[in-house]
Write a protein that binds this ligand. Structure first.
Ligand SMILES: Cc1ncc(COP(=O)(O)O)c(C=O)c1O
Length: 427
C-alpha cells in the first residue's frame, strides 16, 4: 500500500480481502491455530516457517492492525501491545539490559518518566533526563559509553513541547544509538518521525488512534533503518545467537525485521502484554477515520486556542498553532500544515480557585483524566494528576495552580467555545 496516501492507507492497509472474504477485518478470537503434522508446527517453533500457533505470539487480527500502523509511519514492521506503557517498556527493554543507560527528554508523559526514572532503574537500566530544548552539545554531554537509546516524544504530554527531531536524531546517530520517539499526540497523520531521522516510533493507541475512549493499547514500529550489526557489540541481543530460541541470530535471519521479531518472540513470549483481537478490531475502526478526526481536532483546537488567547480571564495559552507560541516554528517544520494535536493548556488569571469554579461550571466538556478522544475532556492538574503537590512544588514542576489541560474534541467548535465561555463567566 506504500504508494497510497495516508487517508487511503488508514482504510486499506494491513488487510486485503480476497474473493468472497469479509470486507471488514475479521476478529480471530482464538488463542490457538491448528496444524496437520507435528513437523508443520515444529517449523513455527523454530522460526523456520511463518504462521500462527498461539495468540500471545501472533494473531492475524493483531498483525493486520500492526501492519497498518507500520505502513502509516513508513516503517518495515510493527508490534501491538496491551498499552502505551507496555509499548515504551518493550521498545527500550528490547535493546537494553542491566548495566545499560538511556538518555531521555525530560518533558515526557509522567508514566514514561516513572518507567525510565524508577522502574527501569530497578532492572539496572539507568536514565539521564535532558531538557528537550537543550542544545545538541548539552544533550551529547549526557551520553555515556553504555548509553543504548535516546528517547523523546514528538509532542510532549502534557507540556506540549514540540521535539526538534532532526537535532535529537543527529545526536543519537553521532553516538551510534537509535532514536525512539513516542508519536502518540501527533499521530502519523500530522508527523512521521522516520522522515526526520527517528529509528523507532511508539504509540499509546489509547489516544487519537482509538479515538473513542474504548480500549487501551500501544504500538511499536521499526523504520528498519538502524544498522544493529554495525554496532553489534552494543546490541548483542540482536546480533548474537539467542539461546532461548535455538540460537537464532535475529539480524541474520530477519534482516530489517530483526528488532520487531525479537520483541515478539522474546518479550511477548516472556512478558505477554498482548492486546485482545477484539480490541485490535476496535483500534482498526478508529484508524479508519483517524485522518478525518485528527483534522477536525486540530481545526477545533485552533479556534478554541484563539478564543482563549483573546479572553481577559486567561493569562496564558500553550498551543503551538498560535503564532506567538514558543514551539510554533518547530510545529511548522515537522507537522503537516503546522497541525499539532487537539490538546491545549491554559492558565486562568484567578489561579486555583478560579480553575475549580471554571471546571465545575462546564456543561459539555467531560472532567476526565483521558485526552485525545472524540469528546472534549478537561483536567485541572493541581486538583488531579498533581494533587499531592503544594503551590510551590507545582511551580517547580512547570504547572501553575490555575492551569487547565483541555483536550478539544470533534463536537461543533461553536458548542465547545460556548461551554468554555459560560464557564469562564463563573471563573
Ligand atoms: C505520550 C504518551 N505515551 C504513553 C502513554 C501511556 O499510554 P497508555 O495509557 O496507553 O498505557 C501516554 C498516556 O497518556 C501518553 O500520553
Amino acid at each position: 500500500m506504500s504508494h497510497y496516501n495516508l487517508e487511503t492507507k488508514c482504510l486499506h492497509s494491513g488487510y486485503t480481502p480476497k474473493k468472497g472474504e469479509p470486507c471488514a477485518l475479521p476478529i480471530y478470537q482464538s488463542t490457538t491455530f491448528k496444524y496437520d503434522t507435528t513437523d508443520e508446527m515444529g517449523q513455527l517453533f523454530d522460526l523456520k516457517a511463518e504462521g500462527y500457533f498461539y495468540t500471545r505470539l501472533q494473531n492475524p487480527t493483531n498483525d493486520a492492525v500492526a501492519a497498518k500502523i507500520a505502513d502509516l509511519e513508513g516503517g518495515v514492521a510493527g508490534l501491538l501491545t496491551s498499552s502505551g506503557q507496555a509499548a515504551n517498556f518493550y521498545a527500550i527493554f528490547n535493546i537494553c539490559e542491566a548495566g545499560d543507560h538511556v538518555v531521555a527528554a525530560s518533558t515526557i508523559y509522567g508514566g514514561t518518566f516513572n518507567l525510565l526514572g524508577v522502574t527501569l532503574k530497578k532492572l539496572g537500566i539507568d536514565c539521564t533526563f535532558v531538557d528537550t530544548d537543550a542544545s545538541a552539545e548539552e544533550i551529547a554531554a549526557a551520553f555515556k559509553p553504555n548509553t543504548k537509546v535516546l528517547f523523546a516524544e514528538t509532542i510532549a504530554n502534557p507540556a506540549l513541547v514540540i521535539l526538534d527531531i532532526e537535532k535529537f536524531a543527529k545526536v543519537a546517530h553521532e553516538h551510534e544509538v537509535p532514536l525512539i520517539v513516542d508519536n502518540t499526540f501527533a499521530t502519523p497523520i500530522n508527523c512521521r518521525p522516520f522522515e526526520w531521522g527517528a529509528d523507532i516510533v511508539t504509540h499509546s493507541t489509547t489516544k487519537y488512534m482509538d479515538g473513542h475512549a474504548v480500549q487501551v493499547g500501544g504500538a511499536i514500529i521499526d523504520s528498519g533503518n538502524f544498522d544493529w550489526e554495525a554496532y553489534g557489540h552494543k546490541y548483542h541481543g540482536l546480533t548474537e545467537p539467542d539461546e532461548s530460541y535455538h540460537g537464532v541470530v535475529y539480524t541474520k535471519q530477519f534482516g530489517k525485521k530483526a528488532y520487531i521479531t525479537k520483541a515478539t518472540t522474546q518479550l511477548m513470549r516472556d512478558l505477554g502484554s498482548i492486546p485482545s483481537p477484539e480490541n485490535c478490531f476496535l483500534l482498526n475502526l478508529g484508524l479508519e477515520t483517524l485522518p478525518l478526526r485528527v483534522e477536525r481536532h486540530c481545526e477545533n483546537a485552533q479556534k478554541v486556542a484563539e478564543f482563549l488567547n483573546a479572553h481577559e480571564k486567561v493569562s496564558r495559552v500553550i498551543y503551538a498553532g498560535l503564532p506567538g507560541d514558543k514551539y510554533h516554528d518547530l510545529a511548522q517544520k515537522y507537522m503537516d500544515d503546522g497541525r499539532t494535536c487537539g490538546v491545549i493548556s491554559f492558565e486562568l488569571t484567578g489561579g486555583r480557585d478560579a480553575a475549580v469554579r471554571f471546571m465545575d461550571s462546564l456543561k459539555l466538556a467531560n472532567i476526565a483524566t483521558h485526552v485525545a478522544a472524540s469528546k472534549t475532556m478537561v483536567l485541572h492538574p493541581a486538583s488531579h494528576t498533581h494533587r499531592q503537590m503544594n503551590d510551590e512544588q507545582l511551580r517547580e514542576a512547570g504547572v501553575s495552580p490555575g492551569m487547565i489541560r483541555l483536550s478539544v474534541g470533534i463536537e461543533s467548535s461553536k458548542d465547545i467555545i460556548n461551554d468554555l465561555s459560560n464557564a469562564l463567566e463563573n471563573a
